[in-house]
Design a protein around this ligand. Structure first.
Ligand code: C2E
Ligand code: MG
Ligand code: MG
Ligand code: MG
Length: 288
């Protein structure tokens, strides 16, 4: 009986594994065709200045609408895209699309700072800087309107090479930020050597800063660190008024989060803008 059961367990486990593997292989070949099949979309989340009461920018976040699986979240397909190298054409497509959209907004009289995520794998491409330069000049976007978000992992590997590449990007006139700051393991001394403009405090710290002392301490420390290094700071994932109150008290002026708005398609972004602006003004002028 025990033998039979263990055999069953093994065969069940194996078919589970097979299913997982099949799904992965399927996703992989589907992802390779996602661009040509027009399945990718860029959504935009508003960035808010809570001291000025303004919507000053937007972050481009890619979405994959799979023909049968529906929307596949980036946390699921970006790691896969990185593994199989597809992140390079996808990242390029996102940058191009987002720059075009930002130009379109400018034409409509709505200038927005645009930030685009850059993956580790893209960063290793020898011609990355040339490609970024070509894209922004082809579209005609003022490079000072563009910000590229990198994660700390980029900063840990190939130190000297990374600094050189970052300097080249900076020379284009593009702003650089470190995304998900505080979740990586980069040394703080290294941080002083980087031509970085902005630290984005990871959502995991923001989530608890309104009620948990330790998270609050970490958030305060990052704000102070950014201040001391002459960097700006953006809080990501702000969902509650308590979190907002804490950030305002700490003089953190820039936020992103569901409290103001979720990532949405460009036309929705435009349609929501008036409402978001009113929220931003209200956040800047609290009644209490
Ligand atoms: P990220 O760059 O740190 O982006 C912030 C993520 O937090 C987004 O998830 C956003 O929708 C979510 N978020 C924002 N505010 C809130 C909030 O108040 N509450 C909660 N619960 N979540 C909030 P999303 O769009 O699912 O993207 C996840 C990650 O996928 C991104 O994290 C980024 O690392 C990656 N990603 C997305 N688009 C791209 C892209 O075009 N290129 C690359 N390389 N990575 C991308
Ligand atoms: Mg980001
Ligand atoms: Mg982030
Ligand atoms: Mg992230």
């Amino acid at each position: 009986e025990a033998k039979r059961r263990s055999r069953n367990t093994i065969s069940f486990f194996t078919s589970e594994m097979t299913r997982t593997m099949m799904r992965r292989l399927e996703m992989e070949s589907d992802l390779r065709r996602a661009i040509e099949h027009d399945e990718l979309e860029v959504h935009y989340q508003p960035k808010v200045d809570i001291l000025k009461g303004a919507i000053y920018g937007m972050e481009a976040l890619v979405r994959w609408f799979h023909p049968t699986r529906g929307m596949v979240p980036p946390d699921e397909f970006i790691p896969l895209a990185e593994e199989i190298g597809m992140i390079v054409p996808i990242g390029e497509w996102v940058l191009r699309t987002a720059c075009r959209d930002a130009m379109e907004l400018r034409r409509q009289g709505i200038p927005m700072q645009l930030s685009v995520n850059l993956s580790m794998r893209q960063f290793r491409e020898a011609d990355l800087v040339e490609r970024i330069a070509a894209t922004i000049s082809e579209i005609g976007l003022d490079p000072s309107f563009l910000e590229l978000e990198l994660t700390e992992s980029i900063l840990m590997t190939e130190a000297a090479q990374s600094i050189a590449a970052l300097n080249e990007i900076k020379r284009l006139g593009v702003t650089l930020s470190i995304d998900d700051f505080g979740t990586g393991y980069s040394s703080l001394s290294y941080l002083t050597k980087l031509p970085i403009d902005i630290l984005k405090i990871d959502r995991s710290f923001i989530q608890h800063c309104g009620h948990d002392g330790n998270s609050a301490t970490v958030v305060s420390a990052i704000i102070n660190l950014a201040d001391q290094l002459g960097h700006s700071v953006v809080a990501e994932g702000v969902e509650t008024v308590a979190q907002l109150a804490f950030l305002r008290e700490r003089r953190c002026s820039r936020i992103q989060g569901y409290l103001v708005g979720k990532p949405v398609p460009l036309h929705t972004f435009v349609a929501q803008l008036d409402r978001w602006r009113k929220i931003a003004v209200a956040l800047a002028n609290p009644i209490i």
